[in-house]
Structures are given as structure tokens and as C-alpha cells.
Design a protein around this ligand. Structure first.
Ligand code: SF4
Length: 346
């Protein structure tokens, strides 16, 4: 039995033909039922013959994760722990912006990248998520939105929850195709963001797909010394190798890159750091998201002082580097990545 949410439209066409001898239009029909009409039961797909529905049920199933915990913040942020069939759980978040409603979804159970500041990474990777489990998080969040406020739906996706998406490359790419499919959720590629801590071979591979999605690089330090301390992946792919891959990506896709930079007190938030960062990114078509650190008990780091954040931001502006200070979401509900899961585990 196969979970149908694992299939891109193209793969479903092939699989339906190989399994049931069905024509390609059947895959489009099923996609429309699931992703447009939000029907997750073959028996309710009324324009498919009874015989075909029975055949579908013999070989396929549709399974969404369930909600294990749900917290709603004063600013409307919703954070859930989604539970899968084997009992594993990951965090997914709904964030509301002026321009739409974004889902932040996880790509792995735990993470092996071991970033020093991260609550999610405290749990070592237990397994990759299947494509269906990433799709399932979005469908589940859409269900929550529908129940709360009819007509509201996820318009933007960020793959920035627990896990390193490029350490689960194939499944994440299929997930993007499903989100972007005109017969699916129709989420424009430019409304999808994938965030990586800097897996160089996968950044290069990703640039060849010619997808118009946004790529965000978790940089968090302007030099190897600080980055080695904060992000062990930097020892495998130091900043020069990362910048080479980034340049390849920009040349191939012509897309503007986003850099994520968490500001941590006395670690990476000095004016000297800002200058190094500006020098590093000089001339690159990019945008920096400055993120004041959200402290957690288990880690020794503190949030930068307000005046350091302001000075850092102003220095980058003076150097004509576009940046913003990221809005905090759901600070009253353990919204820092991995916090809710860590609490439930406790
Ligand atoms: S920041 Fe991202 S890549 Fe690093 S440990 Fe946390 S989840 Fe993994």
C-alpha cells in the first residue's frame, strides 16, 4: 500500500499506469480532489467510477498526520506538533503576514547538523520525513485554518522547521513540485522558501533544477572561526566553498538569495562582524534577514542588546545591503524552533 501524498503529479501518472493501467488524466483528477477540494477519502471522489475507486483503495491510501499538541499565540501564530503513524512528531507553524499566511514545516525528525544555538538540533536525526509527511503538515495546517476561518489558506511555505532540508534532498524536491503543481495547492514557486545551513553539493544540484523557489542560507557568521563554532557543517564546507556554490546558484537561476543571520550577544553581533559580513556579500544580489536570538535554557547564548542590533542593521544599510530585522512570531508559545517539541519530550 502506498500513501498517495508521496507522489508528484508526474510520478502518480506513471505509478497509476504501472499499477492499474490508468490513463494520465486520472492522476490529475485525484490531485484535484485532494489538493483543491481537500477530499481525503477515495469513496467521496464522485466522478471516479466505483470500480476504479475500489482498485485505488486496494493499492493506495491517503494519510495525514494528526495534531498531538496545538498552541495559539496572541499574534495569531499557531504552532503544532504533528504526529505520524510511527509516533514520531515534528513542529509545524502557521505565521500570518500582511501579504499572506505562511506554513513553516519540518523536513526531518531531529537534525544531525548540530548548530550550537539550535533547540531542534538537540535531538539527533531519527529519520527523514517522507514527502507525504511534509505534504501532510501543510494539509493539516490548511485544515486548522479552514476550521478557524473559512476561506483562509496557506499561501506561502518555508521549509525552515526541524531538519536540514538538503539532507533529505529528493523528498524535499518532490514536496516542492507537489506544492507548486497547478493541479495541486498552486503555491507559486516564488512563495516557497527552502533554508539550508550550507550543504554545498546539494546547493549546486538544486541550482540545476531551474526552480524559481527562494533559497535561504543560514549563515550566522561572517568568518570561518565563528562559523565553525556555531555551525559544525562549516568545517566540511567552509565559507569560501559555500560562496562558490552560492555564486553558481545565482548565475544559474538569476534569483536573489536570502541570508539568515541570528544575532547573538558578543558572538557575532559586533560592528567588526557587520563589516566582515558586508565585505563578504558585497556585489551579491541578496537580502539579509537579521534574527535577534531567542534564548533557550539549554544553550549558553544570549540575545543581542537592542543598540547592537540597531548598529548592526544601520551599518549594513550604510553599505547598501538590503536587510530587515525579523519580526518575532509567537514569543508567548515557545515559538523558537524546536522549543515546543523539547518541552513535550520533557
Ligand atoms: S539550525 Fe537547522 S540545520 Fe542547524 S541544527 Fe537546527 S534544524 Fe539543524
Amino acid at each position: 500500500m502506498k500513501n498517495i501524498l508521496n507522489f508528484t503529479l508526474e510520478k502518480l501518472k506513471d505509478d497509476l499506469f504501472a499499477t492499474l493501467g490508468e490513463k494520465p488524466y486520472r492522476a490529475k483528477q485525484i490531485f484535484r480532489w485532494i489538493y483543491e477540494k481537500r477530499v481525503y477519502d477515495f469513496d467521496k471522489m464522485s466522478d471516479i467510477s466505483l470500480k476504479t475507486r475500489d482498485a485505488l483503495k486496494e493499492h493506495y491510501f491517503i494519510s495525514l498526520p494528526t495534531i498531538f499538541t496545538k498552541k495559539v499565540a496572541k499574534d495569531g501564530t499557531v504552532k503544532i506538533l504533528a504526529e505520524f503513524e510511527d509516533g514520531e512528531k515534528v513542529e509545524s507553524v502557521i505565521m500570518r503576514y500582511r501579504y499572506g499566511t505562511a506554513a513553516c514545516i519540518s523536513s526531518q525528525v531531529g537534525c544531525n547538523m548540530n548548530c550550537a544555538f539550535c533547540a531542534s538540533g538537540m535531538l539527533k536525526k531519527r529519520r527523514n520525513l517522507f514527502t507525504s509527511e511534509m505534504v501532510g503538515q501543510v494539509l493539516l495546517l490548511n485544515k486548522i485554518l479552514e476550521e478557524e476561518n473559512k476561506g483562509d489558506r496557506i499561501t506561502h511555505i518555508v521549509v525552515m522547521g526541524t531538519g536540514e532540508p538538503f539532507d533529505n534532498y529528493e523528498n524535499v524536491v518532490d514536496f516542492i513540485y507537489i506544492m507548486n503543481e497547478p493541479f495541486g495547492l498552486q503555491i507559486g514557486a516564488r512563495h516557497i522558501t527552502v533554508s539550508t545551513c550550507g550543504l554545498v553539493p546539494e546547493i549546486i544540484k538544486f541550482s540545476s533544477l531551474n526552480l524559481q523557489v527562494n533559497l535561504a542560507i543560514s549563515l550566522h557568521a561572517p568568518n570561518d572561526e565563528t562559523r565553525n563554532m556555531l555551525m559544525p557543517i562549516n568545517r566540511a564546507y567552509p565559507i569560501t566553498a559555500l560562496m562558490d556554490a552560492i555564486n553558481t546558484y545565482v548565475q544559474k537561476t538569476n534569483r536573489r538569495l536570502t541570508f539568515e543571520y541570528i544575532l547573538i550577544k558578543n558572538v557575532n553581533d559586533s560592528l567588526k562582524d557587520a563589516k566582515q559580513l558586508a565585505d563578504l556579500l558585497h556585489g551579491l544580489n541578496c537580502y539579509i534577514n537579521l534574527i535577534p536570538y531567542n534564548p533557550i535554557i539549554e544553550k549558553p547564548f544570549e540575545r543581542s542588546e537592542e543598540n547592537s542590533i540597531k548598529e548592526f542593521f544601520e551599518y549594513l544599510n550604510k553599505r547598501h545591503i538590503t536587510c530587515t530585522i525579523r519580526k518575532e512570531f509567537g514569543s508567548d508559545i515557545d515559538a523558537a524552533c524546536g522549543q515546543l517539541r523539547a518541552k513535550v519530550k520533557e
